[in-house]
Design a protein around this ligand. Sequence first.
Ligand code: UDP
Length: 240
Amino acid sequence: SHMSPVYRRIMIKISGEALQGTKNFGIDFIILNRMALEIKELINIGVQIGIVIGGGNFFRGINLVKSGIHKVISDHIGMLSTIINGLAIHNSLNSVYVDSQLMSAIPLQGVCDHYNWMKAINLLSNNRVVIFGAGTGNPFFTTDSAACLRGIEIEADAILKATKVDGVFSDDPEQHPNNAILYKQLSYQDVLKRELKIMDLTAFTLARDHNLPIHIFNINKVGALKRIVMGCREGTLITE
Ligand code: UDP
C-alpha cells in the first residue's frame, strides 16, 4: 500500500496479565503466537521494535508482600517472572523467523544477554526486536517504569501499552459499561487532573517529562498494533 508507518521506532509494553489471556496463571500461547505474527508484520514494514514485558501473570511484588515475603525479595521474584515471559516471547518470535534478543537488567549468564544500551540501539537499528526483561533491575519500580525509561533511552517515538481493554475510559468499563466512554485522545495534564489510572506516577511522569506519546490499546483486538503504527485511530493516545 502507499501508506507508510508514522513511527520509526516503538516500545511495546506487554503486561503479564495480557499474556495470561483467560488462563488463571502463566501464558496463553495462542495470544503469544498471534502477537509474534503481528510484530513480524511491523518488522516487515520497517518499524523498529523494543518490548518490555511484565510479570504479573506469575508473580507481582505486592501479592508476595501480602504473603509475608520481604518487599525487596518480592520484587526480585517479580522481576524474574518477567524473564520467563521474555524467554517465551523470544521463542515465539524465533519460531516465526523474527530475530530478537532478550536483554535482562539483572545479569543471567547462560540464559539471556545483559542489558546494554549501545548494543540495544545497534540491534534495533538492524531491525532486530529487543526484549527488555527484569524491568529496571531495581525493586520498588514497575515494568511500566521500565517501559518509559527504556523507551526514552532507545529514543522510541511512542510507547504502545497493551491491555485487556480498548483504552482509557471515563469509568470502569467492566463495572459500569453504560457510563464508561472511551477517550480517543488525552493530554498528560488531563490524565493527572482526572486521576485516570494509566500507569503508576513514576512511569507516567517520566513519559510526560520527555514528551513520549503513550498509546493504550487492546491486545485482543487483531491488527490494533498495525493500525496504531499506521496512524489510524485506535485505543487512547496520550500526548502533550
Ligand atoms: N518489578 C520490580 N522492578 C521493576 C519492574 C518490576 O521490582 O523495575 C517487580 C515488581 O514486584 C512487579 C513485578 O516485578 O510487581 C512484575 O512487574 P509488573 O507488576 O510491572 O508486571 P505487569 O503488571 O506489567 O504484569
